[in-house]
Design a protein around this ligand. Structure first.
Ligand SMILES: Cc1cc2nc3c(=O)[nH]c(=O)nc-3n(C[C@H](O)[C@H](O)[C@H](O)COP(=O)(O)OP(=O)(O)OC[C@H]3O[C@@H](n4cnc5c(N)ncnc54)[C@H](O)[C@@H]3O)c2cc1C
Length: 397
């Protein structure tokens, strides 16, 4: 199937970058696409053999500096990987995507030289994986005030509580835990991040059961039962853990926006084909109906606009000049637009859209994660609206 997305991406990218993107598309076509249906019907997570294959391709080290064995690429390269693999499956793409944008990134941004030396080479090679431990059973959008606590001991910290929704938990070597360390502190300055090995005494992981989205992605609960860690486990500054988390999320939101684009681009290609092949009334294809054309055109415009906007913001992100509000806005808009349009794409294809082998239902379903993940769209709107209401800023949450 010819990809409309590629026609829009090509003029936005340097030739070498476009070739790199195409190479990952070829990997997806060869290694992922033929297996997806079997994995889905068998309720299988991405097999470790595929994770190793992604590791060999360098997908876990795309944004890691070359001195640590990474590819030395930028966030654009990571997002191109998300577009290339997300076209097949968001849940496959999020595996290296979350490992990099949520796992490795906070270490790159806030790690000490010793912490980087200890982990980055293994993370880049896919031998280790960090997970992002922000969400908890009782703390989702209200993430600044974690219920997981870390209290001082004679020579370190004691961590108690539970994290959930941790992407990649099954394969994780470490979790970056966001824990309350100063309940009486100023808002946003009450918590600290810790790098905790998954095999530390008192850490218990369980895969969350019953999840009906991102089927091939591991999503775990991680409990901390009086887990003792040394001072060297602190990532960033003490009581500045929320800054570590929200700074990391900026890049993660751009990745979620890319997954939204990848799913929409798949839907567009699927509908283009179907509208020209499916014959109804007078032995003619359904693409001749104006309403079907409307949806196709809306999808096409959304793919072109979305990719252009995203690439523009990515260049600012890589130049360290992207405001948090901008990352929130593009995530909100591209996820809601793509999921609305994918509902209409399902209508264009009719009954066949309900079959797993047709592929569209996978993207339609997974789009919901893009709406709630890395900050639910509703909750993120208050952040995105801030610059519009600066005169009443102290009244905003
Ligand atoms: C598949 C999957 C993978 C995930 N991976 C990770 C991960 O790796 N690490 C991690 O830490 N978390 C992860 N998450 C968690 C995700 O970030 C949270 O689901 C998200 O932040 C929303 O939190 P919540 O689900 O607890 O919703 P809640 O905070 O309980 O909110 C419920 C709803 O209330 C409304 N709402 C809440 N607050 C506001 C507000 N201020 N203004 C307006 N409306 C509001 C919104 O409609 C919102 O959707 C994952 C989630 C999923 C589904």
């Amino acid at each position: 199937m010819a990809r409309r997305m590629d026609e829009y991406l090509k003029p936005l990218l340097e030739e070498e970058r476009f070739d790199f993107y195409r190479a990952i598309c070829d990997f997806g076509e060869r290694e992922i696409a033929p297996n997806l249906l079997r994995w889905e019907r068998g309720h299988e997570l991405v097999p470790t053999s595929s994770i190793s294959a992604m590791g060999e391709l360098g997908l876990f080290g795309l944004t890691v500096e070359e001195e640590f064995g990474g590819q030395g690429g930028s966030h654009i390269d990571l997002v191109l990987m998300g577009l290339a693999l997300g076209y097949y499956s968001q849940s496959v793409a999020i595996t290296p995507g979350a490992a990099t944008s949520l796992g490795t990134k906070p270490l790159q941004l806030f790690g000490t030289p010793d912490q980087k030396k200890a982990h980055l080479a293994d993370l880049a090679a896919g031998r280790r994986m960090f997970v992002f431990g922000l969400s908890e059973p009782g703390r989702g959008s209200d993430a600044a005030n974690p219920q997981v606590t870390a209290s001082r001991t004679a020579d370190g910290w004691r961590i108690k509580g539970e994290k959930c929704w941790s992407t990649n938990a099954r394969w994780a070597s470490h979790v970056v835990v966001h824990a309350l360390t100063d309940p009486a502190g100023r808002p946003g300055h009450r918590s600290t991040c810790f790098i905790v090995p998954m095999d530390a005494t008192g850490v218990h992981y369980g895969e969350m059961e019953g999840k009906q989205v991102w089927l091939q992605s591991s999503t775990g609960s991680i409990a901390f039962d009086d887990v003792l860690v040394p001072d060297t486990a602190v990532l960033g500054e003490v009581n500045e853990g929320f800054k570590v988390m929200v700074t990391t999320l900026n890049g993660g939101r751009l990745f979620i926006a890319a997954l939204s684009m990848a799913s929409l681009a798949f839907g567009l290609d699927k509908c283009r084909d179907y509208a020209q092949e499916r014959i109804q009334f007078d032995e003619k294809p359904i693409g001749r109906f104006q309403r079907v054309q409307d949806v196709l055109l809306d999808m096409d415009i959304a793919v072109e606009q979305g990719l252009t906007w995203l690439m523009h913001l990515l260049r600012r992100y890589d130049a360290e000049a992207l405001a948090r509000e901008s990352a929130a806005k593009v995530k909100i808009e591209l996820s809601r637009r793509s999921s609305d349009l994918l509902t209409q794409a399902m209508e264009i294809c009719g009954g066949v859209a309900c079959l797993d082998e047709f592929g569209l239902i996978r993207h339609h379903r997974d789009m919901f994660v893009c709406r709630v993940g890395e900050g639910s769209n509703f909750a993120l709107k208050s952040l995105a609206t801030r610059p519009l209401l600066s005169r009443i800023g102290d009244l905003l949450q």
